[in-house]
Design a protein around this ligand. Sequence first.
Ligand code: AMP
Ligand code: MG
Length: 534
Amino acid sequence: MKLSDLQFDNRFSSELPADSTTENRPRQVTQAAYSWVAPKPFESPELLAFSTEVAELVGIDADEAPEELARLFSGKALLPGMQPYAMCYGGHQFGNWAGQLGDGRAINLGEVINDRGEYWALQLKGAGPTPYSRTADGFAVLRSSIREFLCSEAMFHLGVPTTRALSLVTTGEQVMRDMFYDGRPGLEAGAVVCRVAPSFIRFGQFQLPASRQDYTLLKQFADFTLVNHFPHLMAAGSEPGAEHYAAMFAEVCQLTAKMVVQWERVGFVHGVMNTDNMSILGLTIDYGPYGWLDNYDPDWTPNTTDAGNRRYRFGNQAEIAHWNLYQLANALYPLIDDADPLEAGIASYRREVNELRQRTMASKLGLTTQDDSDGELVTELLALLAIVETDMTLFYRNLGGLKVGSLCDPQIPDEQLLEPLADCYYVLDQLDGPYVERMAAWLRRYGKRLQKEGSDDAARQQRMNRVNPRYVLRNYLAQLAIDKAEAGDYSVLHELFELIKRPYDEQPEFEKYAGKRPDWARERAGCSMLSCSS
Ligand code: AMP
Ligand code: MG
């Protein structure tokens, strides 16, 4: 469809109350779900990357002129039907109630209905200040925009629920950032990502009116979300009531469980699981100081702001999602006036996480049946992966190539049994006698388990290769793209954008991107440590 023919139906802004003032300066906004705000018209926006797939979802032709796309998706020009606004929400940051936060640098353009009748909300990140910018500038820098653009699409192709990214545009303007929070700010290139999702509603959107005891707005919000995003929970013609809110909460619990266990499957660490960064649809949202596990370490967090408590470390994400769901339950409580259904939702979250974890680990190991001993098999494996630095992605992928015959052959010495895994290890010196013995024992036990279910080597490897990716957006890979892009060379950005579209396929032309983290990246900023400065 031609850009000018896109159909907009801006449900969020037409059905929910607007801020009565349009003054664009930081302030508290009450009794309103959003504020009208215009994006900043940047001097010379330039299109760096564009997702033709996301364009297709929205209904945009792939052959639109890049100049026009850059103008539109930086916010410099608007299409008929676009009505830009910033959403008002609150949230808990690092466990503390932070009050009003809101879209400080996100500006929504509206909701497109495509020719399949689907709604897709478009949102610019980094398009200028809003009433929610607080003390910040409303802009985003190139490095963090590259990370958001690539990672949204990488997650989608891995099969993880996520917001999508349509475009990456540089603004032609510079932004001041203190990247290391060490009092040495510098100028960086500004950029805008256009994000796309069925909805950008967050837990914090329910929390803020609840905290202000604005139950009118809270109910408007819950009704809007139910009717537009959980319509299957409502019988035709019925009015939203307590049972519907409870059912919606239970479904949010399920969706959140699915998201978090998918993160565990691929080794993703969100980094800032504040309640304002939790999507009501269970989508991964707000790619900031996220990271990917290279060596499997459940205690790892990429976020330097969180280095002390490691609240958002890899192995704690399911717990934190649980905590966040509790905050959402508290916010919805005034609409339901009964804790039992909310408690039931929370309990269902726990069950769902446990079940999904079990199934996910079974599929990562290529198992098709269940056995009482599987729990121990998995626990021992996860312990082994953490005691010596073992690359998570390579380990599971290599595991798929093992043969039951060899694993069950007592003649094969321990060292030889581990050989196919050799390239997963970061520090060969760590592979001492006790480790080799323990890992070999695990492999033999795994072999017996496979034998017991009559596992076929080739079929199992095929199955495992669809669950255990060959390529993930390793922290150092995104940094390589950034280093080049900051020097005006976008080749790595484009290569990685191709690579991440087929993460489960062998891509010989991109073999260089499959290897484990190189040594130079071990302690480098952007690779192993990221700040919230973006
Ligand atoms: P985060 O946890 O990084 O998603 O952001 C927390 C809050 O800070 C959100 O309300 C953001 O909109 C806001 N924020 C982050 N960076 C900026 C920025 N550069 N300008 C304005 N607001 C920002
Ligand atoms: Mg956020």
